[in-house]
Design a protein around this ligand. Structure first.
Ligand SMILES: [Zn+2]
Length: 89
């Protein structure tokens, strides 16, 4: 059984690295090798798969909302992390 703590982070040692790559993956900034690693990992890790799904939905929603506005990337990142906190809590 996987143990999720209240921040929804699992204790899997690969996860932190994977979640960082996930960000790159969703921003289309990951290398082919990183993309493969992420794909492999989310196949075996429910927590990261969940994060992937949540994140990709968030990014799509965010893209729709900001597509007509020019937003500095720091603000977008800030909004993303706030939404993520709300979704995951
Ligand atoms: Zn994981």
């Amino acid at each position: 059984m996987k143990q999720f703590n209240k921040n929804n982070e699992c204790q899997n040692c690969e996860c932190e690295e994977c979640l960082q790559m996930l960000e790159l993956f969703l921003d289309n900034e990951a290398t082919e090798q990183q993309k493969n690693q992420v794909k492999l990992h989310i196949e075996t890790c429910e927590h990261c798969k969940y994060c992937y799904e949540v994140d990709s939905q968030l990014k799509n929603r965010l893209k729709e909302q900001i597509s007509n506005k020019k937003c500095p990337s720091e603000i977008i990142k800030c909004i993303q992390s706030k939404i993520k906190e709300m979704v995951l809590s």
